[in-house]
Design a protein around this ligand. Structure first.
Ligand code: SF4
Ligand code: SF4
Length: 205
């Protein structure tokens, strides 16, 4: 992860709460979308583990009060994730399109983004508290998009001859991935925690 990663969570709070009074803050979401679609063709879900403000909030804030339970396998299934992706994107597109005609368009569209941010962040915080910090990230529509665009890019590599199966890597993985079994995983968010903790230097990108 980057040095600034732990401090980015404040941004999602500023947009979600401050945006209720200053809807223009919602346009920050466009910057997020742009960063995602620029980085994912080369680095898959790297954005999630390094630059996502919501990811930072759950990793470095919510994790302190999280029950840290197992993330349900269903959350990772594309049968669940794709309908969520199309529903949320379709709903947002519909709301923006139906707002374009009328008065105060700039503020109204900004408020749509603010509400999307507020609702999804609230779900992420609830799931992060009662399940696991990154439970939301298992089916987040933006994470699903990055997986579809670049899931096979910049993958984690496991040198099996060095691995002693201590599973330290899996204990620190915020996405609860089966690192020792599968090595590369399209839902790896490239946070680097497993690489840092491996006592055998068996993992690298
Ligand atoms: S931490 Fe390293 S040695 Fe231990 S299981 Fe993971 S890859 Fe293998
Ligand atoms: S596999 Fe390693 S780099 Fe990927 S999410 Fe898990 S801990 Fe982070």
């Amino acid at each position: 992860m980057l040095k600034i990663t732990p401090y980015l969570g404040i941004l999602v709070l500023i947009v979600s709460i401050g945006g209720l009074w200053y809807p223009a803050l919602g346009y920050f979401m466009l910057l997020i979308f742009a960063a995602i679609f620029l980085s994912s063709p080369f680095r898959g879900r790297w954005f999630c583990g390094n630059l996502c403000p919501r990811g930072s909030l759950v990793d470095f804030g919510v994790s302190k009060i999280s029950k840290k339970r197992k993330i349900p396998d269903a959350f990772r299934s594309l049968w669940v994730r794709l309908p969520i992706f199309f529903l949320m994107m379709g709903f947002m597109g519909y709301r923006v399109a139906s707002t374009i005609v009328g008065l105060n368009t700039f503020e109204k569209i900004g408020m749509i983004f603010v509400m999307m941010c507020l609702v999804t962040t609230s779900i992420a915080v609830l799931l992060g508290t009662f399940l696991s910090p990154r439970a939301w990230c298992s089916f987040c529509p933006m994470g699903t998009a990055q997986r579809l665009i670049g899931g096979n890019k910049y993958q984690l590599k496991l040198e099996k001859d060095k691995c002693v199966n201590c599973k330290k890597c899996e204990k620190v993985c915020p996405m609860q991935l089966k690192i020792c079994q599968t090595g590369a995983n399209p839902d790896c968010i490239k946070c680097g925690r497993c690489v840092s903790i491996c006592p055998r230097d068996a993992l690298h990108f």
